[in-house]
Design a protein around this ligand. Structure first.
Ligand code: ATP
Ligand code: MG
Length: 326
């Protein structure tokens, strides 16, 4: 996984993201990156850092969801000697480590309210105190936050402060799920395949048409991370010169049961995408026939193709051009 540093994609959805990345890279404002798991939030944060004026400094990640509540304040803001039992010496927090660079605050929705207040103050005037500290410190660092939960729901439940949300989210990048990225799935699948075959020295050139179909119609709940892992695994398992749906573990995948309104909506979209992709492939891009088959008007069909970024699929059948982001 580590070798794929650049963000890949040519779909309209991801190009819109690139646009915002370029714009926010030129500012010092905090950025909020949202998106399902595996959509590339950390990769995007790194891309912003590398393109920003903070690039000579470090990019320091801290995962607020992975650190016990009792340790988080000290991890983030540091502590003074004697601040708590076991604090035998003074320690700098991640914020100070990120001085002159970027602090990447992952899973920011897991930050408890007192720390949200402390973070808000840092965002407002760049100051904070270490845990148990009496001196006010000032650090110059850029903040990028990420979350895969809906912060608006957390705000409604009084778990996340609205003022912090607006401060963080002034620059907001939402990463679309992979299933909404149209041609990016085959593009990434080809690039990941090339890299994996080079790595494992296996003479595999392509996917079977059934495998391409499976890649396009699968819902990708784990997004790009899952795609990458499935391709890696398929290359190891494959015995022929082409990757099959079985190699990918995508034989007869069914949608996971919808257990919330959100995933119900997601399941609905997925079913629509699945049907559209199947019909377009079946009729080799003849949209009159696709519309007739699916019993929708042509204008409804065009609207849906636009919504799901499937227009490129309809016009050029399964072409795979490579335009890495730079
Ligand atoms: N557009 C992309 N092009 C190439 N690789 C990508 C892309 N998006 C994600 N990846 C790769 O997929 C993996 C997951 O990406 P990343 O860790 O940035 O996701 P995330 O949104 O932070 O996930 P999580 O919410 O689970 O932390 C990484 O290995 C990353 O390099
Ligand atoms: Mg992440």
């Amino acid at each position: 996984m580590e070798e794929f540093h650049e963000i890949i994609g040519t779909s309209r959805a991801i190009r819109a993201v690139f646009d915002v990345v370029h714009k926010v890279s030129r500012t010092d404002m905090p950025v909020l990156i949202t998106g399902e798991t595996g959509t590339g939030k950390e990769l995007t944060a790194q891309a912003i850092h590398k393109r920003s004026r903070w690039k000579q400094g470090p990019c320091v990640p801290i995962n607020c969801g992975a650190i016990p509540e009792t340790l988080l304040e000290s991890e983030l803001f540091g502590h003074e000697r004697g601040a708590f039992t076991g604090a035998v010496q003074q320690k700098k927090g991640k914020l100070e480590t990120a001085k002159g660079g970027t602090l990447f605050l992952d899973e920011v929705g897991d930050l408890l309210v007192p720390l949200q207040i402390k973070l808000l103050r840092f965002l407002q005037d760049g100051t904070f105190e270490r845990l148990g500290g009496r001196h006010t410190l000032r650090v110059h660092a850029r903040l990028i936050a990420a979350t895969n939960v809906d912060l608006k729901i957390a705000i409604d439940k009084n778990l996340f402060r609205e003022d912090l949300y607006y401060r963080l989210g002034a620059m907001h990048i939402h990463l679309p799920p992979l299933r909404d990225r149209g041609e990016d799935i085959s593009l990434m699948a080809m690039l990941f395949l090339k890299r994996a075959t080079a790595h494992h020295r296996k003479p595999i050139r392509n996917y079977t048409p059934e495998a391409i179909d499976a890649l396009r119609t699968y819902a990708w709940p784990g997004n790009v991370r899952e795609l990458c892992n499935r391709v890696m695994r398929a290359v190891v398992l494959a015995e022929g010169s082409e990757i099959t749906p079985r190699d990918l573990g995508l034989t007869g995948e069914i949608l996971p049961p919808a257990d919330s309104l959100d995933s119900l909506r997601a399941a609905h979209r997925r079913i629509e995408v699945e049907l559209l992709v199947k019909a377009i492939n079946l009729h080799r891009g003849n949209l009159t026939r696709v519309a007739r088959d699916l019993e929708v008007s042509r204008s409804t069909l065009y609207r849906k193709l636009r919504t799901y970024n499937l227009e490129p699929l309809a016009t050029s059948h399964a072409t795979c051009s490579v335009t890495p982001f730079n």
